[in-house]
Design a protein around this ligand. Structure first.
Ligand code: DX5
Ligand code: ZN
Length: 232
């Protein structure tokens, strides 16, 4: 086991009622990536959201485990890997070895969701299950009390910088109630188009981990702390 993977970073290290902010690396300035990662951590971000795309599950490519590995030594943030790929079982170990703390996969993939969750846990990571805007909350209900996080996509996955889908708010409310009914500290993350106004809506609906790409890394004045504070 590598040194990075021996350290345990869990969502339960923060009080359950604390809103966590997870800047998405996809929107960072790649020409100064390490500085950007250090800067959002200094600005108060608890979580770094890492979007992995395979050009198949979504019509775009992003980056792979080697990049995650290069970032691990420079950050203490919880590394939240969002797998937008058709074969999470094949690739999850590479992200664990690279330093992922948490791995989310999509319920729409053809693999058995219960088996994917068990597999992610067997690696020593916490597990998350995500659903596209067009997928009903019912698809993930059988797995709710097996995961540490549910990720509601508030845009169609694949690209940063899209507009927030407000019609996802009832789904967030429904899942918040279902999570509370389990009595477990399951985090409810939202991803896509999160900025000041949408952040307020999703917080009211019950989301407690806010992924934000453009609104943080592309903040007009480049003030990451202000951009993060505004979301909470
Ligand atoms: C989209 C990704 C998001 C994306 C969010 O498929 O899952 O994490 O980076 O970007 P913004 O916040 O710009 O919508
Ligand atoms: Zn994402």
């Amino acid at each position: 086991m590598s040194e990075a993977s021996a350290e345990k970073r869990l969502f339960t290290q923060w009080p359950n009622n604390r809103i966590l902010v997870a800047p998405s690396l996809l929107a960072a300035h790649y020409e100064r990536l390490l500085e950007d990662v250090t800067a959002v951590e200094k600005a108060g971000a608890e979580v770094l959201h890492l979007d992995i795309m395979d050009g198949h599950f979504v019509p775009n490519l992003s980056f792979g485990a080697d990049l995650v590995k290069a970032l691990r030594p420079v950050s203490q943030m919880l590394f939240d890997v969002h797998l937008m790929i058709t074969d999470p079982i094949k690739y999850a170990p590479r992200f664990k070895d690279a330093g992922a703390d948490h791995i989310t996969f999509h319920v729409e993939v053809e693999q058995n969701a219960g088996e994917v969750i068990d597999f992610i846990h067997s690696l020593g990571c916490t597990a998350g299950i995500s659903l596209r805007p067009g997928t009903s909350y019912e698809a993930i209900m059988p797995y709710l009390d097996k995961v540490e996080m549910v990720l509601v996509m508030t845009v169609e996955p694949g690209f940063g910088g899209q507009s927030f889908h407000a019609e996802q708010l009832p789904k967030i409310e429904t899942l918040r109630k279902a999570i509370d009914a389990t009595g477990k500290p399951i985090r409810l993350e939202v991803d896509g188009g999160i900025a000041q106004a949408s952040a307020e809506l999703v917080r009211k609906a019950g989301a407690d981990v806010l992924v934000a790409g453009s609104s943080v890394f592309r903040a007009k004045d480049g003030d990451y702390k202000k951009a993060i504070d505004i979301l909470r």
